[in-house]
Design a protein around this ligand. Structure first.
Ligand SMILES: O=C(O)CCC(=O)C(=O)O
Length: 259
């Protein structure tokens, strides 16, 4: 696909997969960094803001690291990855030239224990005044049907925000019957070194990892620097990301210089 075809595909479908963006040597080096990140959770018995742990089965085993929040704050290699032009050129094509990093999250999805992500739209977690945010997932391992690759509903980014609330409570998943999504879903297996992008309104989910292999991947959420947070559960990240301009013009620059 050339850039025009990619743009068109994205507009129609709300997702895009690029294979072989990073070389095997780069992936190997990122895996080593991911191992070092996980090692920092050694000795923890419960989750912290940084390390989200999970204990499986009867609770007798040691908790394992499921997710690591904001790895770009913990290692220069993750920040470099967030800034990599091979990613940002595509992000620019999708949301325009003024790009901020909103948050990052390492998904460890361990062998046989990585859990499912129910159907959701990322935008529900951080409603902005415009839907110009994009998730970019970089795969450190092959992502397969067996180890719980991401699934998307093509075109769902054009259908608006669905209800993620049960009464007053935000449930982190779309409420109601989701069988229709299962019927329309497209699974996105991507090899290590590949990258998947999805629109902040695109319905997506993933199944548990039933394989003997982990599915490690890092998600970067990028936003058009002009998009303003209205409400959301990522307010700490919003504070962290303030000033995290990666490319283009900071809309606050004129404001600040006028002070
Ligand atoms: O990596 C996964 O399995 C799910 C990722 C996801 O749903 C998200 O980052 O919003």
């Amino acid at each position: 696909m050339d850039d025009n075809q990619r743009r068109h595909f994205w507009k129609e479908n709300g997702y895009l997969v690029l294979e072989e963006v990073f070389s095997p040597a780069e992936v190997e080096s990122l895996r080593g960094s991911a191992d070092r990140l996980s090692a920092r959770a050694e000795g923890l018995t419960q989750s912290t803001d940084r390390f989200i742990l999970h204990t499986f089965g009867d609770g007798g085993g040691a908790p394992i690291v499921q997710q690591i929040a904001e790895p770009h704050e913990l290692g220069g290699e993750w920040m470099a990855l967030a800034r990599d032009p091979r990613i940002l050129d595509t992000v620019e094509m999708l949301i325009g030239p003024n790009i901020q990093l909103y948050y990052s999250m390492m998904m460890m999805k361990p062998a046989r224990q990585g859990s499912r992500a129910p159907w959701h739209q990322d935008f529900a977690f951080f409603v902005h005044d415009r839907a110009s945010l994009v998730a970019c997932q970089v795969y450190l391992d092959d992502s397969t049907l067996e180890n719980g690759c991401v699934r998307v509903v093509p075109g769902s980014h054009r259908d608006g925000l669905l209800n993620h609330f049960h009464g007053d409570e935000f449930t982190e998943m779309v409420q109601g019957d989701t069988a229709e999504f299962d019927a329309r879903e497209v699974a996105l297996p991507v090899k290590a070194g590949g990258v998947a992008f999805w629109h902040c309104m695109t319905l997506h989910s993933s199944h548990p990892n039933t394989s003997a292999f982990p599915r490690r991947a890092i998600v970067f959420e990028y936003k058009d620097a002009n998009a303003r947070l209205l409400k959301g559960s990522f307010s700490a990240s919003e504070v962290r990301a303030a000033g995290m301009m990666l490319r283009g013009k900071d809309p606050r620059a004129d404001l600040l210089s006028a002070l």
